[in-house]
Design a protein around this ligand. Structure first.
Ligand code: GDP
Length: 141
């Protein structure tokens, strides 16, 4: 079993599709181990996306991610990281496969509805950014 960090981004929360997205994580076979809604400050968004510092879209991305509440989740499944990347689809919704979350819910390459960790090291960092070690519920059987 593997864990990944997912975020339902502010665009999807404000569109009112958070419930639909949660349902699709469950239907895809992910177990939700932790979940919280929070409104990031620009600085907190910047810390999460620190790897992108210096990219032309960094400022705009941080403004978007702090524009309203988002929902952070720890998802568990076999091969959870790749499984969630597949469920999300490509970063740019114009290039995302039909049926993927980004194809269904994204507005643009920036306002693209969901986040998912892209590798085991980033998943560890990202889960730790939002949740303490006791928060993910691992006794669900
Ligand atoms: P991801 O792993 O698919 O989320 O993509 P990246 O790690 O490359 O980028 C992080 C986030 O930055 C994306 O999910 C988008 O919200 C945003 N982003 C990525 N590329 C661009 C871009 O070219 N322009 C803008 N405005 N935003 C981007």
């Amino acid at each position: 079993m593997e864990r990944t960090l997912a975020i339902i981004k502010p665009d999807a929360v404000s569109k009112g599709v958070a419930g639909e997205i949660l349902s699709q994580y469950e239907k895809a076979g992910f177990k939700i181990l932790a979940m919280k809604m929070l409104h990031l400050s620009k600085k907190q968004a910047g810390g999460f996306y620190a790897v992108h510092q210096g990219r032309p879209f960094y400022e705009s991305l941080c403004a978007f991610m702090s524009s309203g509440p988002c929902i952070a989740l720890v998802l568990e499944a076999g091969d959870a990281i790749q499984k969630n990347r597949k469920l999300m689809g490509a970063t740019d919704p114009a290039k995302a496969e039909p049926g993927t979350l980004r194809k269904k819910y994204a507005t643009s390459i920036e306002r693209n509805a969901v986040h998912g960790s892209d590798a085991p090291e980033t998943a560890r960092f990202e889960i730790g950014y939002f949740f303490n070690g006791l928060e993910p519920v691992d006794n669900q059987g």
